[in-house]
Design a protein around this ligand. Structure first.
Ligand code: ZN
Ligand code: ZN
Length: 391
C-alpha cells in the first residue's frame, strides 16, 4: 500500500521556508488528525522567519483550524473538548498550548495556563522541546505539529472547540489572536489593591497600534461598553480599518508628533489620561509613552513587545518615577487560559453581526505563498493573512 503523503512548510532561517513531504499519520488511540482547512499568519511567525539563525523547527503556525480525518477510540477522553464529543468529519479549532500539568506553576495556577508552564508545548512553536513526541522536529513522528501544513496531529491534552459548519474557517482560525485581545481586556477588569477601578461604562480607553489584535481589542472594548476608545498608529490606512471594523471614537495618526506631543494629545482627549491603555505596538518607546498616558490608578496592558529584538528603550523619561506616580495596574498577556479562549471563541461566533472578515486582508491558497505574503506584512493595507486550501 502506498502511504498517503502530506506537505508542510519548515522554517530554514532568514526568510527561507522549505516545503517538505511526510506520510500522513494515523491517529493513535488517544489523538486525532485534522486536514487543515485554514491557517492564519501571526506576527510572531514572521519574526521567527526573520531571525537569521536557523531554528530547530518542524512546522510553524499556531492559528489554524481543520476537519477531523482520523480519530482514536479514546480521543474524546484524552482531549479536552468544549461543546460535547467529537467525531470524524467535525471541524475543530484548538488551544495551541499543551501544558505539562506537573510542574510547580501548573500545580499553582492550574493545568492549561500557558506562558508559565516550564514544559509548555506550542503547536507551531519554534524552540526545541524535549517532551516525548511533543517536540518541533518534523522528522519525528507524527511530523505534522503546526499550522503551516496540510494536516495536523492533535495530541492528548489539547483543548478543542467544535466549529459550526456555517462559520467561515478563517474566522475560527482567529481564535488565538482574539483570545490575546480578550485577555488584554479582561486584565482591565481586575481591581488590584482595591483602589483602581476596572473596565466600566465610564472607561476612557487607548489602544496603541492598529494591527489585528489591537483592532479586536477595540472591538471587545466597544462591545463591553467603554465610554471612549482611541486608537493610534502611524499609518492612515490602518486607522481607517480600525474605525470601520471596531467603530472607535478617535483614530489618530501620531506619526508626525514628538513623544511629548503624543502624550499631551492623549491627556487632552481623555481629559487627564486614559483609564485603560492597551499597547499593541511593537517598539519599547510605545510602552514608555503608554505609561505616561495612563491615568492614575488606571490599567496598562502590554500586548506588543512580545519579543525582544534589542531595540532598547531610548528615553529621557524617568520610568520608575512615572510608575510610582501612576499607581497603575501594569500587566501583560503572556499567561492565558482555555476559559479565556472559550470566551474569545464565543465572541468570534458573533461573526454575523461583527465584521471579523474585514480583518483578513490577504487571502492565499498554498504553502508556497507563505513567504511572499509575509513580506507584505509591513504594508499599510495589511491586517491579517489567511491561507485556505482549495478542496
Ligand atoms: Zn498568534
Ligand atoms: Zn507545567
Amino acid at each position: 500500500m502506498v502511504e498517503k503523503m502530506g506537505k508542510l512548510a519548515v522554517n530554514t532561517g532568514y526568510y527561507g521556508m522549505e516545503i517538505k513531504e511526510y506520510p500522513v499519520p494515523e491517529a493513535r488511540e488517544d489523538g486525532l488528525v485534522i486536514k487543515i482547512e485554514t491557517f492564519c499568519i501571526c506576527g510572531s511567525d514572521q519574526h521567527f522567519v526573520k531571525l537569521k539563525e536557523e531554528h530547530p523547527v518542524g512546522v510553524e503556525g499556531h492559528e489554524f483550524m481543520g476537519r477531523i480525518i482520523s480519530m482514536g477510540s479514546r480521543a474524546n477522553e484524552t482531549l479536552k473538548v468544549y461543546g460535547g464529543d467529537l467525531k470524524v468529519g467535525d471541524r475543530i479549532v484548538v488551544y495551541p498550548h499543551i501544558t505539562c500539568g506537573k510542574c510547580d506553576t501548573c500545580r499553582t495556577y492550574g493545568d492549561g495556563v500557558c506562558g508559565v508552564c516550564e514544559n509548555d508545548f506550542i503547536y507551531g512553536g519554534v524552540f526545541e522541546q524535549n517532551r516525548e513526541m511533543l517536540n518541533h522536529n518534523a522528522d519525528v513522528w507524527p511530523h505534522f505539529k503546526g499550522g503551516f501544513s496540510e494536516y495536523c496531529y492533535i495530541f492528548p491534552g489539547t483543548y478543542v472547540w467544535k466549529v459550526p459548519e456555517d462559520m467561515p474557517g478563517e474566522i475560527a482560525a482567529l481564535l488565538d489572536p482574539c483570545a490575546v485581545a480578550m485577555r488584554a481586556v479582561e486584565q482591565t477588569m481586575t481591581n488590584i489593591g482595591g483602589l483602581a477601578e476596572g473596565l466600566s461604562t465610564s472607561s476612557r480607553c487607548l489602544v496603541i497600534g492598529a494591527g489585528a489584535i489591537s483592532i479586536m481589542t477595540a472591538m471587545i472594548l466597544r462591545q463591553m461598553g467603554a465610554q471612549q476608545i482611541i486608537i493610534t498608529d502611524f499609518v492612515d490606512k490602518k486607522l481607517e480599518n480600525a474605525k470601520e471594523i471596531a467603530n472607535v471614537d478617535v483614530a489618530l495618526n501620531v506619526s508626525k508628533m514628538t513623544s511629548d506631543e503624543r502624550v499631551a494629545k492623549i491627556l487632552e482627549l481623555t481629559e487627564g489620561g486614559a483609564n485603560i491603555v492597551i499597547n499593541g505596538a511593537n517598539h519599547p518607546s510605545s510602552c514608555v509613552e503608554g505609561l505616561r498616558m495612563v491615568r492614575k490608578l488606571g490599567t496598562y496592558v502590554e500586548i506588543g513587545n512580545a519579543m525582544d529584538f534589542g531595540a532598547g528603550i531610548v528615553s529621557e523619561i524617568n520610568i520608575p518615577a512615572v510608575v510610582f506616580e501612576k499607581n497603575a495596574h501594569i500587566t501583560s498577556v503572556v499567561a492565558n487560559t482555555p476559559s479565556c479562549f472559550d470566551r474569545a471563541f464565543k465572541f468570534l461566533k458573533r461573526y454575523k453581526e461583527l465584521p471579523f472578515e474585514k480583518l483578513i486582508t490577504h487571502r492565499f491558497t498554498s504553502l508556497e505563498e507563505i513567504i511572499p505574503v509575509m513580506k507584505k506584512m509591513a504594508d499599510s493595507d495589511f491586517i491579517k493573512a489567511a491561507c485556505t486550501f482549495e478542496e
